[in-house]
Design a protein around this ligand. Structure first.
Ligand code: C2O
Ligand code: CU
Length: 510
């Protein structure tokens, strides 16, 4: 079923209102419920899961340093909307089928409020996971201005909970950013890009089995999910009417597996101003932007003097990435901008030439180097699954950085796919990527480089919390652990990988 493109307007998620706010703290309550929503005007309303009756969830806007408390409340049905595979970690029949726990992706948060996958809870907090500690989460928001997002993180069903709709934006603003005079207010728009597939009746389709069915299992996890329809902010191929002026867009790939390589069919540049963790030192003009699941790019698009033009944002990233099929004309289309609104006032916003210092973390400051492999494996049903450092989720913790210490991690990819590796708690910097001899490594555990070290792409030169670890490459990242101690996770952000063993706990110790 092919839906028409550009027939529905882009929705902009509402800003969440606090229940209570004084000069010391802000308190929100956020309900998770099941409801019907129109995702395209030619489609029956779709049953989705969302926060506060909205998919994507309402945008949470906070000020850097603001003390925020959020009670995330599960009011979902007991039965999952999508097919659950009870054989994957944490989703066995001994736990309730519908579990939730919310993680603010990219935020620096005390571990008890970070959304640890086994800190899940059910409706009314009747049942909770072994690491559940509190009902009301605390966010100190020490971070600089940046584009974060919140999403579900329950062990073994994250892919299903997020696909059902449990994701939203979390924006941190600060004074320094305000002084830059970037496009703001209604000219600052978050764009959550996702792929989905629909059944004829408008319901969400999620596969029950991979290509090669597992006979003993009614439902089996798939190694990847590639949808045939693209949505932005919960609408299929929407359009946005814009004025002939500059706009700031916060691009987020919130898809399960799909990568995007975004371009404007007008040949225009994106002026990228920020990465996952906030503003870059200088803006860069780029023709295309690659986003793996969970990556963000903060960009300015200038529609000045383009009155009457329609501009399409396209995608040409293969799926799965980088060796899969190129997108067709449907999945190769994301959304349309229509420069049809009159200029409501003179555009005085700017693309600043300098946005602030971005000190490089020095390699010499690292007190520890870790060599961590990304591996393929096979389970007893003959299903392929991926591991980090050849270890399953339940294996004892091996990554235990000291509070305040700096480490370099070598991500040694022995698989044939690119994996977006995400660490909770901290932002890192990418040092470089380098080709190496995979066969030699598998035999002798020796890294023999076969090419020069490649510096991060210009679009990655800033604070990152998710990095693309490409096949046949060693990707090096550097970070300082803090300001909290406790239990966190690092994982692949392809949700089908994360749910099936490509996730590891790590602990920051004193
Ligand atoms: Cu976006 Cu561990 O998550
Ligand atoms: Cu992966």
């Amino acid at each position: 079923m092919i839906l028409s493109k550009f027939v529905d307007e882009l929705p902009i998620p509402p800003i969440l209102k606090p229940r209570w706010k004084d000069q010391f703290h802000t308190y929100y309550e956020v309900n998770m419920t099941e409801f019907k929503q129109s995702l395209h005007s030619e489609l029956n309303d779709t049953t989705v899961w969302g926060y506060e009756g909205s998919y994507p969830g309402p945008t949470i806007e906070v000020e850097s340093g603001e003390k925020v408390f959020i009670k995330w409340i599960n009011n979902l049905p007991d039965k999952h909307l999508l097919p659950v595979d009870y054989t994957v970690h944490g989703a066995h029949v001994d736990v309730p089928e519908v579990r939730t726990v919310v993680h603010v992706h990219g935020a620096s948060v005390e571990w008890e409020s970070d959304g640890y996958p086994e800190a899940w809870f059910t409706k009314g907090f009747k049942q909770v996971g072994p690491y559940f500690r509190k009902q009301i989460y605390r966010y100190d928001n020490y971070d600089r201005a940046c584009t974060l997002w919140y999403h579900d993180h329950a062990l073994g069903i994250t892919r299903l909970n997020v696909y059902a709709g449990l994701a939203g934006f979390y924006l941190i603003r600060d004074h320094r950013e305000r002084l830059l005079n970037l496009p703001s207010g209604k000219y600052d728009i978050p764009l959550m890009i996702q792929d989905k597939t629909f059944n004829k009746d408008g319901s969400l389709y999620y596969p029950k089995q991979p290509q090669k069915p597992v006979p003993e299992l009614e439902t089996s996890i798939v190694p990847e999910f590639i949808g045939d329809t693209i949505l932005v902010n919960g609408k299929v191929w929407p359009y946005l009417k814009v004025e002939p002026r500059k706009y700031r867009f916060r691009l987020l790939n919130a898809s399960n597996t799909r990568f995007y390589r975004l371009k404007l069919d007008s040949g225009q540049l994106f002026y990228q101003i920020g990465t996952d963790g906030g503003l870059m030192q200088h803006p860069i003009g780029v023709k295309e932007i690659t986003l793996a699941p969970a990556e963000r790019a903060d960009v300015i698009i200038d529609f000045t003097n383009l009155e009457g033009k329609n501009i399409i944002m396209t995608n040409d990233a293969p799926a799965p990435f980088p060796t899969g099929d190129p997108p067709d004309e449907n999945t190769g289309t994301v959304m349309q901008f229509r420069v049809t609104l009159p200029l409501s006032n003179i555009d005085t916003s700017v693309i600043p030439s300098y946005m602030g210092p971005l000190p490089k973390i020095k390699e010499q400051s690292a007190s520890k180097i870790r060599y961590l492999t990304l591996n393929d494996n096979m389970d007893k049903y003959g299903r392929e699954f991926m591991l980090l450092d050849n270890k399953q989720w339940d294996a004892p913790i091996t990554e235990n950085p000291k509070l305040g210490s700096t480490e370099i991690w070598y991500l040694i990819n022995l698989t044939t796919a690119t994996h977006p590796i995400h660490l909770h708690l901290i932002d890192f910097q990418i040092l470089d990527r380098r080709d190496f001899d995979v066969e030699k490594f598998k035999k002798e555990r020796i890294i023999q480089y076969t090419g020069p070290a490649i510096p991060p792409e210009p679009q990655e030169r800033g604070w990152k919390d998710t990095v693309r670890a490409n096949p046949n490459q060693v990707t090096r990242i550097i970070m300082k652990f803090g300001p909290y101690t406790g239990l966190y996770v690092w994982h692949c952000h392809i949700l089908e990988h994360e749910d099936y063993e490509m996730m590891r706990p790590y602990i920051v110790i004193r």
